[in-house]
Design a protein around this ligand. Structure first.
Ligand code: SAM
Length: 269
């Protein structure tokens, strides 16, 4: 998949990574970190909606939500659609990404406008170490395990998220791709399965990510499964979505046989 560059809007190195924003011929503005496409205006909604609404609807009454990473603001935008949520904390390591998104990706960065949002600019792993707070839902919207996000794909980080969850809490993390990264997904799911009550894997389709899709590791503290929405979405909220549906929530966990076997060692979904 290649995108034709129409115009370079910003290109600089922050303290953490190379930040590139360009206007594409076909997919609107595009954010690239260390050479990896993070979001395009044309198809970002698939990822932002699924990584946010799967845990938020799998929880019966989420009040306090933590987003780790998510510098473009797209996940914040989706979390803010849940009127019952009272507090949203974002912990993003690189203020350069936030600034670039506010300047060039206004439809994503509008997530920062919600009064319930507090932004901490620091490493997510460090934040969890220092923060005794607890959350109903933690969403780790991270870049790939190269550079600053490597720590977010390791078991100690999942242990720290577990500690930061309230009873009944749910984590949903950027879980790479079943076509490319089973050697990362499988050991991670196995290792966190010893601590979390449920560990499941869902995925969405998104043309501009490698192989055209990306997955999510969905794990809970005290729930048997996150595959079924625990409350009905309002018509108003559903009308504001372009990808997530209650039916797709459950369907997203139905994996092709090769992935089901490789990750969970069994045929049944
Ligand atoms: N949707 C994209 C994907 O799936 O690859 C991710 C989007 S978002 C831009 C990823 C964010 O994670 C970036 O803003 C990056 O700075 C942030 N990030 C990487 N490592 C981090 C860390 N250790 N703590 C907090 N944020 C981190």
């Amino acid at each position: 998949m290649s995108l034709k560059v129409k115009n370079i809007l910003d290109h600089h190195r922050s303290d953490f990574q190379d930040i590139l924003v360009f206007e594409s011929e076909s997919h609107g503005n595009v954010l690239v970190l260390d050479g990896v496409i993070q979001v395009t205006e044309r198809d970002e909604f698939s990822y932002q909606e699924m990584i946010a609404h799967i845990p938020l609807f799998a929880h019966p009454n989420p009040k306090k939500v933590l987003v780790i990473g998510g510098g473009d603001g797209g996940v914040l935008r989706e979390v803010a659609k849940h009127k019952g949520v009272e507090e949203i904390v974002e912990c993003e390591i690189d203020e350069g990404v936030i600034k670039a998104s506010k300047k060039y990706l206004p439809n994503l960065a509008k997530g920062y406008d919600d009064p319930r949002v507090t932004v901490k600019v620091m490493d997510g792993a460090k934040f969890l170490e220092e923060n005794q707070d607890s959350f109903d839902v933690i969403i780790t919207d991270s870049s790939d395990p190269i550079g600053p996000a490597s720590v977010l794909f390791e078991t100690p980080f999942y242990d720290a998220m577990y500690k930061s969850l309230k009873e009944g809490g749910i984590v949903c993390t950027q879980g790479e791709c079943m076509w490319l990264h089973l050697d990362l997904i499988k050991p991670l799911v196995d290792s966190i399965g010893t601590k979390y009550t449920s560990v499941e894997y869902a995925y969405t389709t998104i043309p501009t990510y490698p192989s055209g899709q990306i997955g999510f590791i969905v794990a809970s503290k005290g729930r048997s499964t996150c595959k079924v929405p625990q409350r009905a979405a309002t018509e108003e909220l559903l009308a504001d979505l372009k990808y997530y549906t209650p039916e797709l929530h459950s369907a997203a966990f139905v994996l092709p046989a090769f992935a089901q076997r490789a990750i969970f060692g069994e045929n049944k979904n």
